[in-house]
Design a protein around this ligand. Sequence first.
Ligand code: F0G
Length: 458
Amino acid sequence: MELPFAESWKIKMVEPIRKSTREEREKWLAEANYNVFQLAADHVYIDCLTDSGTGAMSDRQWAALMMGDESYAGSRSFYELRDVICRLTGFSYVIPTHQGRAAENVLFSALIKEGDVAPGNSHFDTTKGHIESRKAVALDCTVDEAKNTQLEVPFKGNVDIKKLEAALEKDADKIPFIIVTITNNTAGGQPVSMQNLRDVRRVADKYNKRVIFDSARFAENAYFIKTREEGYADKSIKEITREMFDLADGMTMSAKKDGIVNMGGFIATRHEDWYEAAKKFCIPFEGYLTYGGMNGRDMAALAVGLDENTEFDNLDTRIKQVQFLASLLDEYGIPYQRPAGGHAIFVDANKILSNVPKEEFPAQTLTIELYREAGIRGCEIGYILADRDPITRENRFGGLDLLRLCIARRVYTDNHMRVIAAALKNVYDRRNEITRGVEIVWEAPLMRHFTVKLRPLG
Ligand code: F0G
């Protein structure tokens, strides 16, 4: 008999979690103004809010933590981290930052000015925020296939090369760099193929432009290249990683994802001029150059995390768990962005709560229903997150309306996946009874989803 698949690790330390009653959840939801960001984490049974900073470190990482060098300048832990990054990416200049958005803040302060255009695949919210707050444009050139959740294509995170070329043709002098997010979080944790990265490089070279990778989930991207793209099955994740970064000029990194640490990030580049320019902003915004926003111990744990998470078995365990959850949803007929992404399942709320008008936020309604059902916290990646149009102030209903269920790395077991799927099925089975959604009572002018106050209708 063939042995079944199993995790590539065993558990050394556990953290209790607690179920709640429906009455308790009803009360907590009302206190949170029906916004799951406002819930106390202790009131959550299974937390799928994000895969960012929520992973479980390995024993080797915890051991490295104890060895961290907290020297203000010249910390040994910095050099360890720099060496690992250099080995994995080929970039020799490294600036640590406290998380991914801080890396964006430091690098973009040096590179972006008013009136610029930064084309790429779907920019993450903070990336977009750091571009737009500098009065520049984040131009989304993602392939159109990403908008159809039911289309099964292997690299739905790709950049549409025609759209990119058109942007360069039109605005070459306003473009400081092209930015490619690997994997494409906004499109559903969808990967970008090596061929697409090569095509981006070719276009960039033609127009003499540089390329940045937003690399939060670069290792998962390498896994998908290995398992889905022709010619890569026999290459190691580290070889693929190096080949990807050979096509870029620099990277911003949120180490809270594929670095498997709870906090941290960095900038890395092969260009001295970018390093020199970014340095000037690192010191006032983050800290001295050999710690940026990080503790020595956290840099030490990150160096180990990066090395571990560029090994196939670790990634295989993780992605197979996300795919296991997807297979259960397939069994129950629940629609999600296909194929399953690297770090999360993005449930297509519009297709499920088709009786809830878009003005009443179907994905947010589904998020609330799933919490009500079983204390599972996902998050809306939809119309509330999309904010209002800055000029007309109308809600932006043009994109997808999804419930994102993120899976933390090395935290939950497949039994938890079964609970998530069953709870979602229970909501799905009563979908036709759900005819009303929510209305906004109060919202912030920008990034409203974190603090929005809602009221249930009907
Ligand atoms: N880039 C991508 C692709 C991200 O997904 C994130 C964060 C960032 C940059 C910013 O990094 O949080 O360390 O400042 N994504 C988290 C998420 C918050 O839930 O998807 P950060």
